[in-house]
Design a protein around this ligand. Sequence first.
Ligand code: IPE
Ligand code: IPE
Ligand code: MG
Length: 242
Amino acid sequence: MSTNPSVPRHVAVVMDGNGRWARRRFMPRVYGHKQGVDALVRAVNAFADRGVEYLTVFAFSSENWKRPNDEVSGLMGLVLVAVAKYLAKMAGDGVRVRIVGDRSKVSNKLRDAWAHAESSTAQNSRINLTVAFNYGGRWDMVQACRRAIEDGVAPQQVDEALLARYMALSFAPDPDLFIRTGGEMRISNFMLWQSAYAEFFFTERLWPDFDETDIDAALQAYRQRDRRFGGIPAEEPVLQPG
Ligand code: IPE
Ligand code: IPE
Ligand code: MG
């Protein structure tokens, strides 16, 4: 089998399973999310050490507002705690932080914390961490179209490259590897446009338990994939007709 020796430039992660992790310990779901933040801080450094340039993580989906109020407000509060607790360390570790998602529905406090996280790490380049919060792949496509129309883009100017420039992740290459923890095998509205040719890796591991062994397993699986992008298998000889 042909292999793909490279490290993925961009890894996307659906950090799922926090609630189940907590329930197994008879703890409230928000406790699982708290552990999930710690797992994320560890994962950022581990991916950076392995040469990954972009790490984009799904922290709160457009649909997660359906959850009970105390969980939603717990998650919002946790973002503020996480920024206060970890931003200085991340900045010192060379992490550039960005947030993508609909900021119009979150509190001013949260918007300010994100702006602070982005501006205080803007000079960093060891790894680009993007936190998708109040994000959905469909939201992203809609906001891209809306902004293009607002800019007066004419119909004949619309092509894939143009829309990609209006997407929330326009600064990053498309994800090469898409990881979902927690055992569900679905996309749940994450990076719909960008994942067209991502390699998928699903693991039963719950996000708070996701560690360097799991990261290495995902990267190893990625190396075994033959990425064709619509072409033919790399090892297949091209036979001339006739
Ligand atoms: C993922 O964990 C984190 C968020 C959606 C905020 P879940 O909270 O979905 O955990 P499970 O899937 O219920 O275990
Ligand atoms: C996806 O997980 C969203 C995040 C991890 C932030 P969900 O737990 O919300 O997805 P579903 O509901 O199982 O599809
Ligand atoms: Mg879940």
